[in-house]
Design a protein around this ligand. Structure first.
Ligand code: 5GP
Length: 187
């Protein structure tokens, strides 16, 4: 196997890029001005090339979650993903539903129990909810959180509630949601 590490001669090399040259002969991996060439003619080189291609495919099928952060002052976007779940346009694994709120499993759970509880009304975040929601809606959200904790069996073991708000809070979906995390010691 031939491995070459040296200065990249091309000024067009992206921070991490790779290409196959001479049809499966040499895999060139470039990053940080370093270039690695792997000769795929021998069996080890072949295996490395296959492994690299599989890794590239994996990276393509699991895109990084670099979602845009929501501004705390943003007006409500009626096409956000949770609004679409509420309208039944997108599926969700529902845990609890009432007149005022919906609770469903997070698509990327970060704890054994990870449920999102949302009001049914059009509120971007807790601030807008506090300013504009009726008393019934406020009670409805609180009640839905408590009912969800009971249904998920974490009302005795305990749980954590988080509602990310705005840019610094790391909010990615512009519909008020409360993360309910539990089922284990939450880190
Ligand atoms: P945030 O970062 O805004 O506090 O949380 C948004 C949460 O929504 C994330 O934990 C993310 O996994 C979850 N999420 C994003 N899109 C969907 C979806 O289509 N379905 C469900 N169930 N959860 C989603």
């Amino acid at each position: 196997m031939l491995i070459f590490i040296g200065e990249s001669s091309s000024s067009h090399v992206s921070p991490l890029s790779a290409r196959l040259s001479n049809l499966n002969e040499v895999l060139i991996i470039s990053g940080q001005n370093q270039t690695m060439k792997i000769d795929s003619h021998d069996s080890k080189g072949h295996a490395v090339v296959i492994l690299f291609c599989l890794l590239a495919l994996l990276m393509l099928s699991f895109p990084t979650h670099g979602e845009e952060l929501v501004d705390a002052t943003a007006t409500y976007d009626t096409n956000n993903v949770f609004a679409r779940i509420l309208r039944g346009e997108l599926p969700a694994e529902i845990v609890y539903e009432s007149k005022f709120a919906l609770a469903f499993h997070d698509i990327r759970p970060r704890a054994k129990v990870h449920v999102l509880v949302i009001p049914k009304g059009p509120y971007t975040n807790i601030l807008q909810f506090n300013q504009n929601a009726s008393d019934q809606e406020r009670l409805g959200l609180m009640d839905a959180i408590a009912r969800t904790a009971e249904i998920m069996g974490v009302d005795e073991s305990g749980f954590r509630l988080i509602s990310n708000t705005g840019q610094d809070g790391g909010q990615t979906v512009p519909h008020l949601h409360v993360h309910l995390l539990g089922g284990e010691h939450v880190q």
